[in-house]
Design a protein around this ligand. Structure first.
Ligand SMILES: [Zn+2]
Length: 581
């Protein structure tokens, strides 16, 4: 027996020795707060945390086009790694992402410190009894691997940093709906599996100079779930401002002068479409905030202010636990009964207040190089001044929520995206002709240059029509009574900013594919008029809509007849997705 015990304890010692001590001092700390890790260093530190602590689990959630892993750390007090178990344990699931723009790595260093502090140094460790963390240290690995001191021209450190876009040249913070990148595909799959309760996205901002180390952006304009927006507005915002002020880090909302960079202009808040991270999260009923540290503040201050914003936010959630939980549950219920959605929020330029702004003194300076004036800031002269802030926004219009969308099988990419975002679809087992509502487009204009690799629609007028449409076998029906209905509508309602239509997924229908010859169309127009007196009346009416000195051209007139003939392409300028109301 004794022998067995000795053997057992020897085995335990060996097992214990397998857990090699890891150096948990971050590169950020070792470098006197001037440096951050490159991609390999980031992965090594993340793996080191997982090796050192049973509460930390490392996994790869996907691979970039260059084959690099997108890392995830799951941090849970009990060492659980499944959403089901963690949910059951009653913890709120907090998703923190950093390095979506790898030139802005403050969130990565802040979270590495927080995880290390909670588990190793008993600092903020009480948070672990209420929260489990999903932490993505770098969402854009190829961007971080593109490591250089010259990646952010305006920014004050760290010494080297990653590049803004991924290896495909795409900005991941425009990719939340169209999912062109494997990085965002991985993110959305993670989101589907975990349905987090709160989301942080961490950045460093460009723009004017001012005293605030950190600003924040959130969605509280009335186009996302009201209860969640109100929670951010009424509970989170006043408390976080107060607490951060007490910590000596005054904060304000994201600073966007209209026009950009003009400190004499008004500050403008605006709602973002779900092509952006924090808007995507709340469109799926996960409230969140975008943390934007100021590019010119010392890197140390940027990291520590991000750290504090995360910690203090979690304390606010904990302090309002029951209400927060109830609002999350209510938001999911609300989605199942949503009747109408306000879209494309516009700033109300006349609705402004004067508020205190912590700026720096600035002068207008003449440049001999450009022969122009510019604003030069004097950071030795901080000043509190009154600045106008645009307060409210109004929707461009309100859309009624349809019962369902029907996407033709030909639009396989669109069907794939709807599924990738976690929506349930029902496939048609056979061809079906249905009377559906859809849209007819006119005045379609494209953006003059490609955007994120897409030929994007800049403007179009939309008229709702009813039509019999034959949907081939394999087309899908998507019911709108699903959690995340705002996101679903944002994908499929062509007028919404960031819709798949706007991104160019339906550009084929915006191009005419058959043409008439003038010498064939002229006699046909004559016979059409002769055969149909009603058509003649319509023709006259149409012509009367043009001013006398701007009558339609021969081509435009013949085109009118072509469009009233049975030869006209019925799908031209008609949205192929059907709706039932
Ligand atoms: Zn950024």
């Amino acid at each position: 027996m004794k022998k067995i015990l000795i053997l057992l304890s020897a085995l335990l010692v060996v097992a214990g020795c397998n857990k090699k001590e890891v150096d948990l001092t971050t590169t950020f700390e070792k470098s006197n707060y001037l440096e951050t890790d490159d991609y390999e260093g980031t992965i090594a530190y993340a793996k080191g945390l997982a090796q050192q602590f049973d509460q930390v689990h490392y996994q790869s959630i996907g691979k970039t086009v260059l084959g690099r892993d997108v890392p995830l750390l799951i941090v849970d007090e009990n060492g659980y790694t499944s959403p089901k178990k963690i949910r059951k344990s009653g913890k709120n699931i907090i998703l923190v992402q950093s390095c979506i723009h790898p030139g802005e790595p403050n969130g990565k260093d802040a979270m590495f410190l927080l995880i290390r502090n909670m588990l190793n140094d008993n600092i903020n460790s009480d948070l672990l009894s209420d929260f489990s963390f999903l932490f993505i240290p770098v969402l854009s690995p190829d961007g971080l691997a593109n490591f250089s001191p010259y990646n952010r021209i305006n920014q004050n450190g760290p010494k080297q940093m990653g590049w803004r876009v991924n290896a495909q040249g795409l900005n991941l913070n425009r990719d939340y709906t169209k999912l062109d990148t494997p990085e965002l595909r991985a993110f959305v799959a993670l989101f589907n599996a975990w349905q987090p309760d709160f989301f942080f996205d961490t950045h460093a901002t460009d723009g004017a100079d001012y005293q605030y180390v950190t600003t924040y952006s959130m969605e509280d304009f009335g186009n996302y779930d009201e209860g969640l927006s109100q929670w951010l507005d009424d509970v989170w915002e006043p408390q976080i401002r107060h607490t951060m002020q007490d910590l000596g880090i005054p904060i304000t909302r994201y600073i966007e002068f209209q026009p950009w960079g003009d400190p004499t202009a008004s500050l403008c808040d605006r709602s973002f479409a779900p092509i952006f991270s924090q808007a995507y999260a709340i469109a799926r009923n996960c409230p969140g905030v975008l943390l934007e540290t100021h590019m010119l503040k010392p890197y140390k201050d940027r990291v520590f202010s991000t750290y504090q914003m995360i910690v203090e936010t979690l304390k606010i959630i904990r302090g309002d636990k029951e209400n927060f939980k109830a609002r999350l549950a209510q938001a999911k219920k609300n989605d199942l009964t949503l009747k109408a959605l306000p879209i494309n929020m516009q700033s109300e330029m006349n609705d402004t207040i004067w508020e205190d702004f912590l700026g720096y003194h600035f002068d207008t300076v003449w440049s001999e190089v450009t022969g122009s004036w510019y604003y030069a800031y004097d950071t030795t002269r901080p000043e509190r001044r009154k600045t106008r802030r645009i307060l409210s926004t109004r929707p461009e219009k309100t859309l009624a929520v349809p019962k369902e969308y029907i996407i033709p099988v030909q639009y396989a990419e669109v069907i794939d995206l709807v599924k990738a975002h976690g929506f349930e679809v029902n496939e048609l087992k056979s061809e079906k002709t249905l009377k559906v509502n859809t849209y007819r487009f006119s005045n379609v204009k494209f953006m003059p240059v490609p955007s994120e690799g897409h030929s994007r629609v800049a403007h179009c007028d939309v008229e709702e029509i009813t039509k019999d449409v034959t949907f081939p076998k394999g087309s899908v029906v998507v019911k709108t009574r699903q959690n995340g209905v705002r996101l679903l509508m944002n994908l499929l309602e062509p007028e919404m900013e960031g819709s798949l239509f706007e991104w160019g997924f339906f550009n084929d229908g915006l191009q005419r594919v058959e043409y008439f010859e003038v010498y064939k169309m002229e006699p046909m127009a004559q016979s059409m008029l002769a055969a149909d007196p009603f058509l003649e009346g319509q023709f006259k009416e149409w012509k009367a809509t043009f001013p006398k000195d701007q009558q339609p051209s021969q081509y435009e007139i013949l085109n009118w007849f072509y469009e009233h003939s049975p030869y006209c392409d019925k799908n031209y300028l008609v949205y192929p997705v059907g709706m039932t109301r």
